[in-house]
Design a protein around this ligand. Structure first.
Ligand code: BGP
Length: 469
């Protein structure tokens, strides 16, 4: 075997509640921002399809765990839906949700699959959005309350907890580019929402550490967060302006969340830049900053899909700063390899560059790849044979190439402890709906949501079993 991973390496996949569970008659769940958006503007979603049923993980998880077993998973990430667990936002739990998550967790454990649980994956309960979403301190405290309830309910069995998934994405979606609802498009407000999201995470971490100290939670449990991270490369390393542009891009997309969450402090340069452009007001208190400083995460998950390539601006736009792109331009590398269905560059080495950066600049924090994957639209259909089996060699190639770089980083001392593929199965996504298929498991939506493993799923099962390839 050429690529053998360290003993105890976590192999698995990830899903989120919003994209898989569905909302079902009598399940007690309340609306999220996406439910409300879909009711108002279904045409914003590919094919006009919402996530009412999604892939019905809510009822079919039993079968899905069988798929995980077939792939020799030793771990699996899912998220809890806040809108399901506490539908009215009043601290009163929905017993049906408690039963559902309990059964899911127990079943995973019975099958030797370690649950990795995330508390927030893009699914802001609508009632919380009505209070101001991440711009509201009240919502921050409600989130803290929700986190505590989840820890107390499930924390004697779940060891791996995560406060947020890609917290930058709802900011980008609502406050910058307009792909999440509500579409606010106001960077200054986005800066405030960023700060409060970070504060919410720190508050959850504080509760977690206190409960663990008091013996309510397992002593071997950990708390982390999941960030989307792309290495940022300048077009030309010898061009000072390009390099500067790439550094600013990194401040916005990497340092913004990573530094306060791992090191407890906001990046000075970013703060100065935001102040200079009148994007940061003094809404924060000394006490909150202390809380963020004292409640950093213990583990990190990072989602990696594509690198960011950047060049200096050709025309300074002036005027109001509406997005980070005020300071740089994206650059498309000639001859790049990319996923034609999604438009994203494929650059496996990027995963290594992030792991080494974390090793060297972030005290080698324990980290795992919490998502990596390739969304295929036509590709998977073209790869299907007459019997309906999908020969997705491109997906195998994609995973293999990324794993090689993770292996190399591990051998060079990175504390990387696992790999989760996005996703267990094809699922619904935020505006692309069912367009891009990410799964190791094919879901036949014409045929009662029937599940079947793709060729990549069988391949991944062997890799997991052998702890390498
Ligand atoms: C990540 C999200 C996932 C997932 C994935 C694929 O950013 O954490 O939830 O959806 O991206 O993106 P998309 O579905 O938009 O192709």
């Amino acid at each position: 075997m050429n690529y053998k991973f360290n003993e105890g390496f976590y192999w698995g996949t990830a899903i989120s509640a919003l994209q898989t569970e569905g909302t079902h008659e009598g399940d007690g769940k309340s609306d999220t921002t996406f439910d409300v958006w879909f009711k108002k503007e279904p045409e914003r979603f590919f094919g006009g399809e919402g996530n009412k049923v999604a892939v019905d993980f809510y009822h079919m998880y039993d079968e899905d765990i069988k798929m995980m077993k077939k792939m020799n998973h030793n771990s699996f990430r899912f998220s809890i839906a806040w809108s399901r667990l506490i539908p009215n936002g009043d601290g009163i739990v929905n017993e049906k949700a408690v039963k559902y998550y309990n059964d899911l967790i127990n079943k995973l454990l019975d099958n030797g699959i370690e649950p990795f649980v995330c508390l927030f994956h893009f699914d802001m309960p609508w009632i919380m959005q009505e209070k101001g979403g991440w711009e509201s301190l009240d919502v921050v405290d409600k989130y803290k309350e929700y986190a505590e309830i989840a820890f107390r309910l499930f924390g004697h069995r779940v060891k791996k907890w995560f406060t947020h998934n890609e917290p930058i994405v709802p900011i980008e979606g609502s406050y910058i580019y307009g792909f999440h609802y509500p579409i606010i498009k106001d960077l200054k407000r986005g800066v405030k929402a960023t700060y409060y999201t970070i504060l919410s995470s720190a508050k959850a971490v504080e509760v977690f550490k206190r409960l663990r100290k008091d013996g309510v939670l397992r002593s071997d449990s950990t708390i982390g967060t999941i960030l989307s991270m792309s290495p940022v490369y300048p077009r030309d390393y010898n061009n000072k302006e390009d390099v500067k542009a790439s550094e600013i891009c990194k401040l916005f997309f990497t340092n913004s969340f990573l530094e306060p969450m791992v090191k407890g402090e906001f990046n000075r340069e970013l703060v100065e830049l935001l102040k200079k452009y009148n994007l940061l007001e003094e809404f924060y208190t000394q006490e909150e900053l202390e809380l963020i400083k004292n409640n950093t995460i213990e583990t990190l998950g990072f989602n990696y899909y594509f690198p960011r390539r950047v060049k200096a601006k050709e025309h300074i736009s002036g005027g109001k700063v509406e997005s980070p792109e005020y300071f740089f331009e994206h650059y498309e590398m000639p001859n790049r390899i990319f996923n034609k269905d999604r438009g994203w560059e494929i650059y496996p080495e990027g995963i290594y560059d992030i792991l080494i950066m974390l090793r060297d600049e972030y005290d080698n924090i324990p980290v795992y790849i919490s998502e990596n994957g390739i969304g295929r639209y036509k590709g998977d259909i073209e790869d299907m044979d007459d019997a309906g089996f999908i020969h997705d060699d491109a997906r195998i190639e994609f995973v293999k190439e990324h794993l090689k770089w993770i292996w190399r980083a591990q051998n060079e001392g990175s504390n990387v402890f696992g790999y989760h593929m996005w996703s267990l199965m094809d699922n619904w996504s935020m505006s692309n709906a069912f367009k891009n298929k990410y799964g190791f498991v094919h879901v036949d939506r014409e045929n009662g949501l029937k599940r079947s493993l793709k060729k990549s799923g069988y391949w991944y099962g062997d890799v997991s079993k052998n702890n390498g390839f």
